[in-house]
Design a protein around this ligand. Sequence first.
Ligand code: HEM
Length: 455
Amino acid sequence: KQSSIGQLPPGPTPYPLLGNILQIDVKEPYKYYLKLSKKYGSVFTIWLANSPVVIISGYQALKDTMIGLGEEFSGRATYPLLMKITLGYGREQGEMRRFTLMTLKYFGMVRRSIEERVREEAEKLVEMFKKCKGSAFSPADMLSNTMANVICSIVFGQRFEFEDPQFKFLLQTVNSVFTVLNSPIGQVFLFPGKHHLLFRDVDKAREYCKRQAKARINNVDPSCPQDLIDAFVLKIQEKYNPDTEYHFDNLISLVWNLFSAGTETTSSTVRHALLLMMKHPDVQERVQKEIDEVVGQDRWSSVEDRQNLPYTDAVIHEIQRNMDLAPIAVPHKMMCDTEYNGYVIPKGVMVFPLLSSMLIDPKMWKNPDCFDPENFLDADGRFQKNDAFVVFGMGKRACLGEALARIELFIFFTYLLQHFTFKATVPLEELDTAPTKCSFGRMPRTYDCYAIPRK
Ligand code: HEM
């Protein structure tokens, strides 16, 4: 089969029907891929059942393919599970991506600023943590709820009360999506599994998005769209033509995708951030000291403070590097037969950009294997960028919520550390910071903590 579909890069010998599935540690497949890259080099092939997947690893190869051959490598995987629960909007794609980026910018700049929306939610979170009055609690749901509301304010034009049953259902569904993707079956998404139950919930969640969108059809003020759904409905009306990307199905997918891609990612990163702060009290103290000196206790921090908070900035970057949220990004698909490195990767073949390979490359980092903010600091303690920081992916498919996510992480993290010191409920040596499920993305543990008010 290999010879009949082009000169695929080499890789471990697959078994008939199963491919390499039995060799893969389905709990942490990306570790297996990292091992394979040592044997086969920066481009190799594995087989998930009958389907070849080309894996790209290391700085140069990722740059050559994701940027140099960006168009060729930019397709979206069209496997049913992925289509339905992740980025289903994009078989045609380019225009949808442009629309989303422009609209996020529009609502952030022309309408109410993104930062203002983020700050409102972060303030609410601080209030909620205060209500815990220093006793132990789990921050996970509060983080998801507040961070989801940032997206809701842009997409639906409203925030939801946490008790709202529809909001709870949407969040639960997002959570199940990530749980399934991270369970062993999630990695091998070509197989049927319990995801038919998930499909049912995802369909219900998409139904909700549909109702929201339908309600707008005759109610949008063309001179003043209030949210992303309004902006899209205007496009449908302006350009109605079933051949364009502006049709109802794409609107539903886009709304759902933004909600799902924008909620669990940022909230689990802040969850991981607090866990690391508990594990490294010296780092937490140094961040607080810097915030106290630059921002003080009498005003909230703003994104403009970032450049004067190099240590805090380095810590946030290091949290993301250490977390490695999306070790294989989101699967790509070849747009056409493409020659790379002497191999021919055929149109339609799935590609995993192994982002992890860059995040732990010893040539790129001072201390790749541990949590160490020094990875982002120069000898004078200034923040230092690093090209291998690719947590948001690279090239034409890079995360389109990156700008929003960076504001969210900065504001939530600095607000929380300005107001609280986080302490573990177990002795530090028992506090495990390794993510629990790592099949597709890496999800941090849930935990109880103390948030001790600082004032
Ligand atoms: C810590 C936060 C986040 C991280 C680490 C992250 C990371 C990523 C990564 C690695 C990809 C895949 C890139 C690739 O395939 O090359 C991606 C795609 C995407 N992200 Fe994010 N993301 C985050 C937050 C967000 C937020 C807040 C939104 C919502 C606005 C969002 C929306 C998306 C979308 C829509 C895509 C698909 C882009 C496409 O296929 O064209 N992400 N993200």
